[in-house]
Design a protein around this ligand. Sequence first.
Ligand SMILES: [Mg+2]
Length: 316
Amino acid sequence: VSPEFDLIARYFTRPAPTALLGVGDDCALVQPQSQAALAITTDTLVAGRHFFADVDAASLGHKCLAVNLSDLAAMGATPRWFTLALTVPRIDHAWLAAFAGGLFALAERAGTALVGGDTTAGPLAIGITALGEVPPGLALRRAGARAGDGLWVSGALGEAALAVAVRKGRLAAAAPDWRRLDWPLPRLALGEALRGVASAAIDVSDGLVADLGHICAASGVGAVIDWPSVPLGASLAALPEGLRRDFALAGGDDYELCFAVPAEGEARVADIARRADVPLTRIGQFVEDGGVRVRDAAGRAVELAQGGFDHFRPAT
Ligand SMILES: [Mg+2]
């Protein structure tokens, strides 16, 4: 028995009731529901760049699946299957058991199943491809926002970015909610509830301004954020205004949904928030053009100190 086969058999083979055939053959076999569009997304997390190499293995297993499910949520898709490409420097059984525990706990909760994978020796990296289903014509795309649509965001922003700053030793005094960085929960129920209501959506992974910029570019519109209405993580309250803005508007790792709602859909938002069990806040609106702008309480332009997370910035 090769070490690779043993790892998959030992840690990554679980019943996959949503698949015709799961881990263990040359390919997995899945049967999409009739007419459903398949939503497919891939995210790779690399130690030292996307996460701290010594991060808790269970939370890492959770998070690497969560970031992929967040992309499915942002499309309004229902998670069904995923594959895992795992590169580990050595076979550490305690680490693998904890990693698999975090991964499968979220998979079960989200109704998705691991149907295939590959393990390799090398620097720690985790690649996941997640597949979801969305009814025909109802996927939430980045294109679709129109001038006049309301700009909305779920939950609260900035908590994960604050946690990164504290973990890097840049902000000693702050007390972040570590769960928002290490155990993010993808807004799957919200994504499904927004089908047919939101005109465009994205998940906030690289920072609100950067991700909203993708909606604006794809939709050919601009957006104005009213800074005082942006919902902030509770731990940000004690920070100076400038840091609050940087973390909430440009910090990233929030995994909330940012979306556009046309006037005729606005009356349904309160009911959607109740059904999805998450606060939804209107933070501005889409306009004809001009990219993403941020206004303070007096209507003045707010300048941001930094852009969103840059994948090619050297890890620090
Ligand atoms: Mg995304």
